[in-house]
Design a protein around this ligand. Structure first.
Ligand code: OOG
Ligand code: NI
Length: 448
């Protein structure tokens, strides 16, 4: 029997989630339609059109470990550590990573990634010891991932894929694990958590997890923002990340439409079951640009801080961003980025001995934008007692919890760049150090 490879399984998984999410949140379908319209107008390739990232949230280290096992069965590995408790203006009680393919060929086949957050239940700034006890007891009782799903995932990871009925079953069970549960929610418990933090209620107030959003990639996010607004979707007030400006697209720009009312069943304090609504799931969209080196990232952070200052004078975020970026000495083309060592590139040699550098697409997330996306979809800021000590989490804690290496985004981009440089030099019979100086940039950042 033929094996379905990890990338084939991943493609099926992303497509199945997309179908399910479109059924659950019809506005998502509108978003995908508009994104597809824009991309095909701009000559978007197959990868861009199929590209999605998902977001999910879990409650315990054990759930995080299990979800990591499920994703490994689709060839997705943890990359990066994001602490959203003190990244944005409003604290979000989660720490996060992204599960994604790490090999460039796998990314090319299907780059599906899932931003995965864990509630920091033991952070006393958010949860009192008494509440923490009840929250932990609630979470310990639930099962998000069945033994059958976890076994199939492990077999897929070990064997680099699954055959026939096993492959079908794996995709089916994994997709169902992220479906919005029809099970009634305990109103009193959900409300108690929601008073502390809406994200805490979404994660710890219910007996299952669900996909929070599924994000298509678009080649012109400003145009998408306008078109969705024109179709009557209520958009958040800005596009997160760098502005549209007279220079290359870097890193990641994201925006979303606001979370919509969704009907859910609740068990009321008197024991009756009645329909109610929650408002937590939204539609996000993103535009990706070139991955920046640490030096480039530092310049980016400085420009973002200057944008904050400019926006505080009354300019819109976009106007502030554009004026700051265009007045700065940030390179206005890829060649400039390359010469200044601010962006990551791969290299290829032509028949005639010239070398072309192609920008590497940023495959990861931005902590500040992530916090902004969380916040912009919360109805209130929640509460936090800043006088208490926060629980400590870092990338090593994450690796220990997941039982595997957590890759640093920079290492992956740098290694990819080095590999291609070496191969190119070898082909031309040169030393790699001789190459970069003579490189011509042939392609642009819209890696379509
Ligand atoms: C995740 C929010 C972050 C992104 O694209 O930065 C995110 C969530 O709402 O669970 O998805
Ligand atoms: Ni997202």
């Amino acid at each position: 029997m033929t094996v379905q490879t990890l990338s084939q399984l991943r493609t099926r998984f992303a497509a199945a989630l997309s179908t399910m999410y479109g059924r659950e949140v019809p506005a998502y379908t509108t978003l995908v339609e508009v994104a597809t319209e824009i991309n095909s107008g701009l000559g978007g390739n197959q990868r861009v059109t199929a590209e999605r990232h998902g977001a999910i949230r879990v409650g315990t280290p054990e759930e995080l470990r299990q979800v990591g096992q499920v994703f490994r069965g689709f060839g997705m590995h943890p990359v990066g550590f994001y602490d959203l408790r003190d990244t944005g203006n409003v604290p979000v009680p989660v720490v996060s990573t992204a599960f994604r393919p790490i090999d460039e060929n796998e990314l090319e086949r299907n780059p599906f990634r899932v931003f995965t957050s864990m509630l920091t239940v033991d952070d006393e700034r958010f949860f009192s010891a008494e509440l923490r006890g009840r929250l932990e007891a609630f979470l310990a009782k639930r099962t998000l991932f069945s033994p059958e799903l976890l076994t199939l995932a492990a077999r897929s990871a070990e064997g680099n894929g699954l055959t026939g009925a096993d492959a079908d079953r794996f995709v089916e069970l994994a997709t169902a694990a992220f479906e919005l549960s029809p099970e009634p929610t305990d109103r009193a418990w959900y409300s108690e958590l929601a008073q502390i933090n809406a994200v805490a209620a979404d994660i710890g107030g219910v007996t299952r997890t669900h996909i929070n959003h599924l994000t298509p990639r678009v080649l012109d996010i400003d145009e998408l923002y306008r078109r969705l607004g024109a179709r009557g979707l209520q958009m958040i007030d800005k596009i997160q990340g760098p502005p549209r400006w007279n220079g290359p697209d870097v890193l990641l720009r994201q925006t979303s439409f606001r979370a919509l009312d969704e009907t859910r069943l609740f068990v009321e304090p008197d024991g009756t079951v009645a329909a109610g609504t929650t408002r937590v799931r939204f539609g996000e969209v993103e535009q990706r640009g070139i991955a920046l080196t640490p030096a480039g990232r530092q310049r980016y952070d400085t420009l973002m801080a200057a944008t904050d200052a400019a926006a505080a004078t009354g300019l819109s975020w976009q106007e502030a961003g554009r004026s700051v970026w265009e007045a700065s000495d940030f390179p206005t083309d890829e060649l400039g980025l390359h010469q200044a060592g601010l962006g990551y590139f791969t290299y290829s040699a032509s028949e005639t001995g010239t070398v072309a550098a192609t920008p590497i697409v940023y495959e990861d997330f931005l902590p500040r934008s992530a916090a902004g996306i969380f916040q912009s979809n919360l109805t209130d800021d929640g509460s936090m007692d800043g006088a208490r000590a926060g629980a400590y989490y870092d990338i090593d804690w994450l690796a220990g919890t997941l039982g595997c290496e957590v890759h640093a985004p920079d290492d992956l981009y740098a290694a990819q760049s080095r590999r291609s440089l070496r191969a190119c030099a070898e082909q031309l019979g040169l030393d790699p150090s001789q190459l970069t100086a003579t490189t011509t940039i042939l392609e642009t950042t819209d890696v379509r």
